[in-house]
Design a protein around this ligand. Structure first.
Ligand code: RB5
Length: 143
C-alpha cells in the first residue's frame, strides 16, 4: 500500500509522527511536505497529495491545524473524496460509506495516539458499495 501524506506548518508535527507510524507498519509513504514549521499555505499541499492519489497512490493523508482548510481544498480536486475525521469511527465510516480516498486530520486538535488509531481505522476499512455506490455516482455528477 502506498500513502501520500502532506501538511501545512500547523500539521507538520503530527505529519512527522504519522509518517513514522506508517513506516513502522511497512506502509510506503510519499511525503510531499511541508518540511518544517515555517508558515506555508495549505492548498499547495492539498493539491500535491491529491495529484499523487490521482496518479496511483492508494490513499492520501492531509493535516492542517483544524483539518478544515485541507478538506475544503482537497474536495475541489476531481475524483477526490476527502474526509475530515477526528475519531476512528468517522474514519471507518468515511471508507465504508463515502469511499473516501483522502483522510484529513486536525494537527492542533488531535493527540498523536488518537490520530494513529484514526489512520488505522481508515486504512483497514473497505467501501461497502451497494446503496453507497449510487451516492458516490451522484457526487461524481456534481463534479
Ligand atoms: C494555519 O494557521 C491554519 O489556519 C491552518 O492550519 C488550518 O487550520 C486551516 O484550515
Amino acid at each position: 500500500m502506498k500513502v501520500a501524506i502532506g501538511s501545512d506548518h500547523a500539521g507538520f508535527e503530527l505529519k512527522e509522527y504519522i509518517k513514522r507510524y506508517l513506516k513502522e507498519k511497512n506502509i510506503e509513504v510519499l511525503d510531499v511536505g511541508t518540511h518544517s514549521e515555517e508558515s506555508v499555505d495549505y492548498p499547495d499541499f492539498a493539491k500535491k497529495v491529491c495529484e499523487e492519489v490521482r496518479n496511483g497512490a492508494d490513499f492520501g493523508i492531509l493535516i492542517c491545524g483544524t483539518g478544515l482548510g485541507m478538506s475544503i481544498a482537497a474536495n475541489k480536486c476531481r475524483r477526490i473524496r476527502a474526509a475530515l475525521c477526528l475519531y476512528p469511527d468517522m474514519a471507518r465510516l468515511a471508507r465504508q460509506h463515502n469511499n473516501a480516498n483522502v483522510l484529513v486530520m486536525a494537527g492542533r486538535l488531535m493527540g498523536k495516539e488518537l490520530a494513529g488509531w484514526t489512520v488505522d481505522a481508515f486504512l483497514s476499512a473497505e467501501f461497502e458499495g451497494g446503496r453507497h455506490e449510487r451516492r458516490i455516482k451522484k457526487l461524481e455528477e456534481i463534479e
